[in-house]
Design a protein around this ligand. Structure first.
Ligand SMILES: Nc1ncnc2c1ncn2[C@@H]1O[C@H](COP(=O)(O)OP(=O)(O)OP(=O)(O)O)[C@@H](O)[C@H]1O
Length: 248
């Protein structure tokens, strides 16, 4: 899959948030989106997936506008992992992951044996089968994030889009999540877009990065060209020395 945003502009009523966004992700690439609070990262994710309509510009999948895809066609090809804070907490793990099979389940029918097969296969692959009857509100943050990724993968998509997957996770769980993602990128050629607040994770795991800055500016390209001291210190209004941080 080739996923592109071309000339993306977005206004909330009359207030501009994003202007002239352009990027492309190809098969097997991981791109991170970074930027200060309130700059428009979540808005960008919502626009690129069609949850919000671009005021101007478009999202293209294999050169076709996203508007030509039905929701079920789209969710067969793209898995979306929303922020944890928007979760329906009363669900069991099994029923939450099963929701990821919705693109394959007719509105008037019930899940089939094949749908449960895929749910159990992904839970097993993630070592989470023992949790299947547990309610989401009884799980740790790391477990919930893995379940959300499992839900996005159960439709066997070509691309994953994740909105702040490290939210509330300790360092070890952040590493686990990114190791899972990079494993999928390398072994299955899945492409990933990750909205993150952590330059360290972006530099360590991403090939590309899109750094959103104030006043509708952004820098996009190879991670090493984008996430350098100069660009990060300008974007986050920190001194360059701050990025010399090392642990001996
Ligand atoms: N529904 C809305 N209506 C009007 N303005 C909104 C709405 N949602 C967000 N905004 C504004 O749009 C801007 C971008 O918000 P967005 O949530 O995309 O930022 P963000 O970069 O994801 O922030 P954070 O890092 O804090 O999660 C902010 O100024 C925010 O106040």
């Amino acid at each position: 899959m080739i996923f592109k945003v071309e000339n993306g502009h977005f206004y909330y009523n009359d207030i501009p948030v994003l202007k002239n966004i352009n990027f492309v992700i190809e098969k097997g690439e991981l791109m991170t989106i970074l930027g200060p609070n309130g700059v428009g990262k979540t808005t960008l994710v919502k626009c690129m997936l069609g949850f919000l309509e671009w005021t101007k510009g478009d999202t293209l999948i294999d050169d076709c506008t996203i508007k030509d895809y039905s929701r079920s066609q789209l969710w067969k090809r793209i898995g979306y992992v929303p922020q944890m804070k928007t979760l329906p907490f009363s669900y069991t793990v099994e029923s939450l992951v099963l929701m990821g099979r919705n693109p394959y389940i007719n509105f008037f029918s019930r899940p089939k044996e094949e749908d449960y097969y895929h749910v159990h296969k992904i839970l097993k692959a993630f070592g989470l089968e023992h949790l299947k009857k547990k309610r989401i509100n009884r799980l740790s943050g790391g477990e919930i994030q893995m379940i959300l990724i499992a839900r996005a993968l159960v439709s066997e998509p070509e691309m994953l889009i994740l909105d702040e997957p490290e939210l509330n996770l300790d360092l070890a769980n952040q590493v686990r999540i990114f190791d899972v993602l990079i494993g999928l990128v390398k072994s299955k050629g899945i492409s990933c877009i990750v909205n993150t607040h952590h330059p360290m994770n972006a530099v360590r795991y991403g090939q590309k990065s899109l750094l959103l800055m104030k006043n509708f500016k952004y820098i996009y390209g190879n991670v090493n060209n984008v996430l350098n001291k100069k660009n990060l210190s300008t974007t986050f209004e920190l001194s360059k020395d701050w990025f010399d941080f090392k642990i001996s």
